[in-house]
Every structure is written in structure tokens, then in C-alpha cells.
Design a binder for this molecule. Structure first.
Ligand code: HEM
Ligand SMILES: Cc1cc2nc3c(=O)[nH]c(=O)nc-3n(C[C@H](O)[C@H](O)[C@H](O)COP(=O)(O)O)c2cc1C
Length: 473
């Protein structure tokens, strides 16, 4: 017999906590302290129907994957469940008004335009989650501004009538040297989530990296791929290696062509904009294994034939260790500034890494990618000049998706292709293999004398004052 709303409502505390999701009740009392989104949010919904809040954050297979079957309590007679009064947010009417008046897609001429539109039309929670970064968000901003420390030295009188922007990434031919990186929770502000990125990646013949923590399940994203479209899996390594093994084997069976292991997140960074918005506790994401170390790499190599790429490498010593361990690729990345604040930009680390690989003659032994702050095709070209095989792009495609759906992501990718063709001509190269360090002046890259401003510090700082004139007696 179905449970009633009253029965579920009694379990509304730390001692006994049940929640309803899609008409079924779940006992989350023991799971709560382990919950990656923290306990507070679950307690807020204890004894109630949490479907509307739960839905965009969790892929459909979450309950089967993370909550023991014994805690699945069965059907609830929804007609007996008290409807929660929706809190009316006074800002929401203004947002809806902004959506009515948002620029048409054709008014977006570059990736930053999508970010500007997204900021004004996205739901507050989604904007806070996507745009936030760690601590003072210095690295977030450095990621982008680091590209501005590199200038071009174009060559002239080269035949650039035909320009070919295509390249290969671990053997896969792609139209342009970027791929769509993993960004979790794609349904926060688009009902379809990650599959939209899949379709755009197909149209533009670029690779998509599927996040472990997507809003769509892994299978939904793979099912959305067409023909011989190439996807790779981003993996957060679970403490329970049996679960990790299952995920990897399943991905390989489903045709994934590479395994990106994220190595920069033994604990999730403090993203305060997001925390403030959700009143969420920071802290470790308990199912990501903080004990992950180089010795585990052998194990990964023993359980998969997919090429392995370490995602989130931040110094040359670790690139060398990865190459020695037989890893096929690294992504020089700081997780879009969301982990360690004051981590250096990917482009700066690249300039440290490539000369050392060349010294050893190892430049072809391991493929090197970067991400963070890539917003223009000139950023891509700068990275390739310094020796990267390609770059990945995160937020801009999510902003384009949230604001304009699939047409938005398609336009964002097309704009990059157009910019790329033009910039290649202007720098004097007709194919990406001609890009080389002599085409850039990167001397300023290691200069940290100007850092993005510490806005919190500045807003609370009370400037010193000089002595004042004494009052006339
Ligand atoms: C019923 C069993 C539940 C399971 C098995 C579960 C599982 C998970 C998992 C695996 C994540 C990780 C996703 C991520 O960090 O990106 C997560 C995050 C989260 N969950 Fe749940 N969850 C459950 C219930 C709930 C409920 C009832 C709510 C609230 C209605 C909730 C709200 C959240 C939030 C806010 C996050 C954090 C997303 C972020 O990173 O900002 N969860 N949950
Ligand atoms: C909203 C958001 C979610 C992310 N989720 C993940 C994730 O689940 N796994 C991961 O390895 N990296 C994740 N990242 C990091 C990205 O893969 C990538 O490093 C970053 O977005 C690149 O910077 P960009 O956004 O400036 O392009 C996320 C980044 C953002 C912005």
C-alpha cells in the first residue's frame, strides 16, 4: 500500500529523515551526512516533496547509484501530500522581464556577449553555480587576463588563401582545436542539460567530455550522440573503487574514447558566491577520493584500454611524472578557478611545461591541453603557438545554452570558427601545425606584478587619513 503524506511528514529531523522524489519516499537519515550537497538542504526538505528542487541537480540514476535499495521506501499517495507554498522571489518578475527584452541571438558577436546576456537572464542559483570560483576569484580572472600578456609576432607574405583549422586530438580528427569540457549540472537553467552540448559538438565536429556529475545521466548523453561522434568521460574517482571500475567499464563499452581523470579536486573549493546563494556548507565532496595518488594510475591502466588524460595538472614536475607513468595526455587546468585560488593560469603553466618537454625530446610523448579563460580564437592560437595540442572551453557554452539553447551554443562555436579562420590568416598561417613559439611574444606571461583586484578586501578597507586642520578656537 502507498505511504501517505502524513506518514512521510513525521520523518522530518536528523533522527529520521525521509524525502519524496517523483512520487516515491526515500529514507536519507544515514546518507545525509555523506550527501555531496550538504545536510542543510536535505533537512530543509525533510518529510516533504523535494522533486522540484531535486530534479535539475541530480541525474535520473542518482538514487539507484548512491542510495542503498533498502532505503527506497516505495510509492507515496501524492494526493495526500501537502503542497509546498512556493516562495515568491521579488527579483524573479524582473528577471522574467529581462528575458522578454533580451538581445536576439544575432546580437551576440563573441563569447563574452553570451556571458553578459546570461548574467541578466539566468536563474540566480544557476548563475551563482556556473560563474562562481574559489575564494577571492583571483585565479578565475587571472585565467582570462593571462592571455592578454601574450602578443603576436605575425608573419607576412604567406599564402593564406585557404586556411585549415582542423587537427587531431589523441588520434581523433576535429574541425578546430577546442573541445567541450565537463561542466556539472547542465539542467540548472536549461531543461535538457548536457545533451544540448552533445548536439552542438556533433554539428561542429568537436569532442565532448561527459561530466561524472552531469544533470543528464551518462547514458542519456551517450544516446544523444550521432554516428561516429567522439565523447570522452570525465571521472571523479570514487572512494569505492568497485563503483569507479563499473563507471569506467560502462563508458568503454558504450564507446567512450578517452578517460579524463580529474586530479585537482581532493576537496571541492569554497565557491562563496554559490554558497551565499544557497546558504550551503562548503567542504569535502565525500565520494571523491582525496587519497588518490600516482600509484593508482597503474590500476586505471589495468582496468581500461581508453587513453588516460590527467585533468587539472598545474606544474611541470607533474607532467613529467605523468609522461613517465605512460599517461597519454594532461590538461593544464585549475578547474576554471574553482579550486585553489592563486593557482596559475593554464596558459602560464604551458609556457613552463613545453620547453622542459622539448629539452627531453618528449614533446610528442604526451599531448598537452589547457583550459581556463579561453574566450577568443586568438587565445586558442596563443596556446597552440606555445605547444598545446588544443584547449577546452567550459562556461561560455553553458552560458550560451542557458540563454539561447542549442542555437546559442551553435552560434558560439561558429563565432570561434570564424574568428579562428580570420586570425590564422592575419598571423600568417594556413594550418594549425604551422603555429609555433616564434609567432608570439610571451615574455610578460610570468609577470605577476598585476593581479586581479581583491574586491572583498577593497570594499572593507578604510583608507588611512592625513592629519586634519584643527578647529578654530
Ligand atoms: C534522496 C537522495 C539523494 C541523493 C542520493 C543525492 C545525491 C547527490 C549527489 C550524488 C550529488 C552530487 C552532485 C554534485 O555535487 O554536483 C548531490 C548534490 C546535491 N544535492 Fe543531492 N541527493 C539526494 C537528495 C537531495 C535532496 C532531497 C536535495 C534537495 C532537495 C538535494 C540537493 C542537492 C544539492 C543542492 C546538491 C549540490 C549541488 C552543487 O554542487 O551545488 N539532494 N546530491
Ligand atoms: C559550472 C562548472 C562546473 C564544472 N564541473 C566540473 C566537473 O564536474 N568536473 C571537472 O573535472 N571539471 C569541472 N569544471 C571545470 C571545467 O572542466 C573547466 O576546467 C573550466 O570550466 C575551464 O574554464 P572556463 O570555464 O573559463 O572555460 C566545471 C567548471 C564550471 C564552470
Amino acid at each position: 500500500m502507498a505511504l501517505t503524506g502524513n506518514e512521510v511528514a513525521k520523518h522530518n529531523s536528523n533522527e529520521s529523515c525521509w524525502v519524496i522524489v517523483h512520487g516515491k519516499a526515500y529514507d536519507v537519515t544515514e546518507f545525509m551526512p555523506e550527501h555531496p550537497g550538504g545536510m542543510t538542504i536535505i533537512l530543509k526538505w525533510a518529510g516533504k516533496d523535494s522533486t522540484d528542487t531535486y530534479e535539475p541537480i541530480h541525474p535520473p540514476d542518482t538514487l539507484d547509484k548512491y542510495l542503498d535499495e533498502s532505503k527506497h521506501l516505495g510509492e507515496v499517495d501524492i494526493s495526500t501530500v501537502m503542497k509546498e507554498k512556493k516562495e515568491i522571489n521579488p527579483d524573479e518578475a524582473e528577471r522574467l522581464d529581462r528575458i522578454e527584452r533580451m538581445p536576439i541571438l544575432e546580437q551576440c558577436y563573441n563569447l563574452m556577449d553570451f556571458e553578459e546576456v546570461a548574467k541578466s537572464v539566468m536563474k540566480e542559483t544557476a548563475w551563482a553555480y556556473y560563474s562562481s570560483a574559489a575564494d577571492d576569484e583571483i585565479t578565475l580572472r587571472e585565467n582570462h587576463s593571462a592571455f592578454h600578456k601574450i602578443w603576436f609576432r605575425p608573419q607576412i607574405l604567406v599564402d593564406v588563401e585557404k586556411v585549415d583549422d582542423s587537427t587531431t586530438m589523441l588520434g581523433t580528427k576535429v574541425d578546430i582545436p577546442f573541445y567541450v569540457t565537463a561542466t556539472a549540472l547542465g539542467k540548472l537553467d536549461h531543461p535538457e542539460g548536457e545533451v544540448v552540448l552533445t548536439r552542438a559538438a556533433k554539428k561542429h565536429n568537436v569532442i565532448q567530455m561527459i561530466p561524472t556529475l552531469g544533470s543528464c545521466s551518462f547514458d542519456e548523453v551517450v544516446n544523444a550522440a550521432e554516428g561516429n561522434q567522439v565523447q570522452r568521460l570525465q571521472l571523479y574517482v570514487n572512494k569505492d573503487r568497485a563503483i569507479t571500475k563499473q563507471i569506467i567499464e560502462h563508458a568503454e563499452r558504450r564507446g567512450c574514447k578517452g578517460l579524463f581523470i580529474t586530479v585537482d579536486a581532493p576537496q571541492l573549493g569554497r565557491r562563496e558566491k554559490d554558497m551565499r546563494n544557497k546558504f550551503k556548507e562548503a567542504g569535502s565532496n565525500s565520494f571523491i577520493d582525496p587519497s588518490l595518488s600516482l600509484k593508482d594510475i597503474l590500476w586505471f591502466q589495468s582496468v581500461t584500454n581508453m587513453p588516460i588524460i590527467l585533468n587539472g595538472v598545474q606544474r611541470v614536475e607533474d607532467v613529467i611524472r605523468a609522461a613517465e607513468a605512460g599517461i597519454q595526455g594532461v590538461v593544464l587546468s585549475n578547474h576554471g578557478g574553482r579550486q585553489l585560488d592563486f593557482a596559475r593560469s593554464g596558459i602560464e603553466v604551458l609556457a613552463e611545461v613545453m620547453p622542459v618537454l622539448h629539452e627531453r625530446g618528449w614533446q610528442d610523448r604526451i599531448e598537452v591541453y589547457i583550459d581556463g579563460g579561453v574566450r577568443r580564437a586568438t587565445d586558442i592560437i596563443k596556446a597552440l603557438c606555445l605547444g598545446a595540442k588544443g584547449v577546452s572551453i567550459g562556461r561560455p557554452f553553458v552560458y550560451a545554452m542557458s540563454s539561447y539553447g542549442l542555437p546559442g551554443v551553435n552560434r558560439a562555436m561558429q563565432l570561434l570558427k570564424d574568428e579562428m579562420e580570420m586570425s590564422m590568416r592575419l598571423i600568417g598561417c594556413s594550418s594549425v601545425d604551422q603555429l609555433n613559439p616564434s609567432l608570439v611574444d610571451a615574455r610578460g606571461l610570468f609577470n605577476h606584478s598585476i593581479t586581479p583586484s581583491d574586491s572583498l578586501g577593497l570594499s572593507v578597507y578604510e583608507p588611512l587619513v592625513s592629519p586634519k586642520q584643527r578647529a578654530k578656537l
